[in-house]
Design a protein around this ligand. Structure first.
Ligand code: SF4
Length: 214
């Protein structure tokens, strides 16, 4: 795989946007719910659904596990695929309720990842988002934006390959992983999705001299 100066990319993004302080959630289970709901929808829809669920006291594994599936469907309707998402959320809540959130989040990263991936509706990106932002343990999240930006830097790879690249090139630090992923998403929203490629900060500057530190 072609090498890329990830430190430089991080510094460019951080200088441009500053700290992102992700994930915007009050509890770790809210992160879990958000990570499932955000699949194939905009974050504003997720915020709306979470706000509605909060009012009903459903951002809680035990309460959601026992909730009527039709009520969950109604509350997550705005996020699309509402039947599938409601069913998955309920199953995930039942698992968290049975196992205990602390018992899951205190597992070593690889064991936690394996357990999360065994649940329906949790793929690599969702599992790693939960590990990083809910359990607050170091696992770098790769999403479509990261893949796209890396391709623009002439670096191609599948999920595992890109994750290994980030995890081997930057210090293993939960705060840094959180910030870096959030900055990538912010950049992609402001530049890539707006087709601002002619003024791309990364294309223009990544080939230049490196900057120090994180
Ligand atoms: S702005 Fe365009 S060139 Fe730059 S990383 Fe995004 S898609 Fe690639």
């Amino acid at each position: 795989m072609k090498s890329v100066d990830l430190t430089r990319i991080y510094n460019i993004l951080f200088n441009e946007f500053g700290p992102q302080n992700w994930w915007p959630a009050d509890t770790s289970f809210e992160v879990v719910v958000g990570a499932v709901l955000t699949q194939q929808t905009k974050w504003t829809n997720v915020e709306r659904a979470i706000g509605q669920m909060q009012k009903k006291g459903l951002i809680d594994p035990e309460n959601m596990a026992e909730a009527d599936i039709r009520e969950i469907e109604e509350l997550v309707y705005c996020c699309g695929f509402y039947r599938q998402k409601a069913a998955r959320l309920k199953q995930i809540a039942q698992h968290f309720s049975r196992r205990g959130e602390n018992n899951i989040f205190s597992l070593p990263v690889n064991k936690m990842r394996k357990e999360l991936l065994s649940l329906k509706g949790i793929g690599y990106e969702t599992a790693d988002s939960i590990i990083l932002y809910a359990a607050e343990k170091p696992k770098f999240v790769i999403d479509a934006y990261t893949t796209r930006i890396m391709e623009c830097m002439d670096v191609s790879g599948n999920y595992r390959q890109l994750q290994e690249l980030f995890e081997s090139e930057i210090p293993e630090d939960t705060g840094l992983y959180k910030e870096f992923h959030a900055l990538i998403v912010e950049y992609a929203k402001k530049y890539c999705t707006k087709k601002r490629c002619t003024e791309c900060l990364l294309k223009i500057r990544v080939s230049g001299a490196g900057e120090n530190g994180y």
